[in-house]
Ligand binder design. Structure first.
Ligand code: SF4
Length: 362
């Protein structure tokens, strides 16, 4: 079976205050990093792939020479059919007509643009480099070029209000983008933002407000033709991200670069997050686990229920026995689960507390 490929391109202009990813602001390292990336692809490459995701970091900051040689090496090492989904994450300040034409010449057919908000008062404290006008221009250039376009938005930002979020959402819809990812801000350990919040220097919107804005967003996006297909993802028909669906369907993928995760057979493993070690050739996994029956059951349910199509009722019975039946009947009765034909899925309010509900199953 073809697998998916994730390539981590970690360079960013600044390290945004909320970001927990493996990133580097030292662009001078990029040539050596890409040498190491190619060495890793050479060592682990082989077989067929039917989705490629260039993520980061900010792949749109990677030089044309480096992007060209990394993508060329992927084609040498993997059988990648013409036209398979090839996504690239871009920040608005990097998106120009010329850049889009270049990315397309590499086979990129989907752009995921990190907008986060259309309000500068919300963007600045996060460390984002772009403003509203730049974000609008980037999305306009992308949609008008005909490339599949996705916008990332964040709900629950400092300074965000119901009115400012509604305006961001309406602006995003009006761009005509075929895909929107809406993430609820999660305060991650080790980030500047968590320290600011814990130190009382920054406050976040009320949790109940965020919850009601999330459920309203699901309805509003649906009216605009952007159906929810995963907790945080909304798409027009056919615009779902094939590569990300692979994660939730437990299909195999290989990740290359710092912090990249892979899933092959019954094994999950991850690379070092340390860019210096990686450049020096440390490509052996720093984390690896072979999944036992219990983990497979848990993942099947946990990842399946992230999707709006949910999980087959009989599968939950098979995997969880009578406890699963009781759990589903309770969820259906209390309104945090719904029936989708022979399947069960979370309702919008269920999605908000999905981790809590799923933990009751195991
Ligand atoms: S949020 Fe995006 S642009 Fe900001 S540091 Fe993280 S990966 Fe880089």
């Amino acid at each position: 079976m073809p697998i998916g490929l994730y390539i981590h391109l970690p360079f960013c202009r600044v390290h945004c205050t909320y970001c927990p990813f493996a990133v580097s602001t030292d662009i001078a390292l990029q040539d050596r990093y890409c040498d190491a990336l190619i060495a890793e692809i050479d060592a682990r490459g082989g077989g067929a792939a039917d989705s490629v995701f260039l993520g980061g970091g900010t792949p749109s900051r990677t030089s044309r020479e480096n992007l060209t040689r990394v993508v060329a090496r992927l084609h040498e090492k993997f059988a990648i059919a013409d036209g398979v989904e090839l996504s690239l994450e871009a920040n608005p300040e990097d998106v120009t007509e010329d850049a889009i034409a270049f990315w397309r010449s590499l086979g990129v057919n989907r752009l995921s643009i990190g907008v986060q908000s259309f309000h500068e008062a919300e963007l600045r404290p996060l460390g984002r480099v772009h403003g509203r006008a730049q974000a609008l221009e980037a999305v306009r250039l992308a949609t008008e070029s005909g490339i599949r376009t996705s916008l990332d938005l964040i709900l629950g930002l400092p300074r965000q209000t119901a009115a400012s979020f509604a305006e961001t959402m309406e602006t995003a819809i009006a761009t005509g983008a075929g895909h929107i990812s809406l993430y609820i801000l999660d305060l991650e350990e080790g980030t500047a933002l968590i320290r600011q919040v814990e130190g009382g220097r920054v406050s976040l919107p009320d949790e109940d407000l965020v919850a009601s804005l999330y459920t309203e967003a699901i309805e509003r996006f649906a009216k605009a033709g952007l159906a929810q297909y995963e907790i945080s993802n909304f798409a027009k028909p056919g615009e779902e991200c094939r590569h990300n669906l692979r994660y939730w369907r437990r299909e195999e993928y290989l990740g290359f670069g710092i912090g990249a995760h892979s899933f092959v057979g019954d094994r999950r493993f991850a690379n070092t997050r340390d860019i210096h070690h990686y450049i020096e050739g440390a490509h052996d996994p720093v984390f690896a686990e072979v999944l036992g029956d219990g983990e497979v059951r848990r993942e099947t349910i946990f990842l399946g229920l992230r999707q709006a199509t949910g999980v087959h009722y009989d599968d939950i019975v098979r995997l969880c026995g009578n406890g699963g039946i009781e759990w589903m009947e309770r969820g259906l009765g209390d309104g945090w689960l719904r029936r989708v034909g022979a399947r069960v899925a979370f309702t919008p309010s269920g999605f908000l507390l999905s981790n809590e509900y799923i933990s009751q199953l195991f």
